[in-house]
Ligand binder design. Structure first.
Ligand code: 3PG
Length: 217
């Protein structure tokens, strides 16, 4: 899959909801009810980070949940890309971008949202054909102000910022024309997942899904 096609696929996925939950699944048994709770709250696009031993099985379980669209996050190596694809991930997310990771995603046909945090990183990815990018770590790297500043010289790039975003500051990002969605873990707090508070998570998702955004294209 060429980078242009990958980014087009990512932009279509991002258009489905303003917020993509970033999930760290510790217990496989939580995967399906967690996905159901988030989908019920209006957040169908889910990113399962490859940070726990059950992550790949969690992707398999969540991929069965009606209405959900599950991707894999924290992709760092070509092997991560292959395993995520085999588990049924529909897209991949990385905190950064390396030649090996980009090549593996293109070869495997897994649409990748590669990470960038500076003008040069954005320019390198645009040069290769990617225009849907993860802006990470969003708050620490300069927040919505940095993305606003990048939009004038780099108008083609579209961002899904992630890192330090919550219900309080998501709207500041989503009001920017170059932001298509934001990612974050705040809609699935570890303590609520551990307690099986699915209704509480649906309520958090519903609030997140209601945040208005300026652009989805
Ligand atoms: C991550 O990869 O951990 C994401 O950036 C989520 O960040 P958050 O926990 O600050 O929302």
């Amino acid at each position: 899959m060429d980078p242009q096609t990958a980014s087009a696929a990512l932009l279509e996925i991002a258009a489905r909801a303003p917020v993509v939950p970033v999930l760290v699944v510790e217990r496989l048994a939580d995967a399906a009810p967690l996905a159901q709770a988030l989908v019920a709250g209006g957040l169908p696009v889910l990113e399962v980070t490859l940070r726990t031993p059950v992550a790949l099985d969690a992707i398999r379980a969540m991929a069965e949940v009606p209405g959900g669209l599950v991707g894999a996050g924290t992709l760092l190596t070509p092997e991560d890309v292959r395993r995520a694809k085999a588990a049924g991930a529909r897209f991949g997310v990385s905190p950064g971008a390396t030649e090996a990771l980009l090549a593996a995603s293109e070869d495997e046909g897994l649409p990748l949202l590669p990470g960038a945090a500076t003008a040069s990183e954005v320019m390198r990815l645009l040069e290769r054909g990617y225009r849907a990018l993860k802006f990470f770590p969003a708050e620490q790297a300069g927040g919505a102000a940095l993305l606003k500043a990048l939009s004038a010289p780099l108008p083609l790039a579209r961002f899904c910022p992630t890192g330090g975003i919550g219900q309080n500051n998501a709207a500041a990002y989503l009001s920017l024309p170059n932001v298509v969605c934001v990612g974050g873990s705040w809609v699935a707090p570890g303590a609520m997942v551990a307690a099986g508070d699915w209704a509480g998570i649906t309520a958090l998702a519903r609030a997140a899904a209601a945040i208005e955004r300026a652009s989805a294209a």
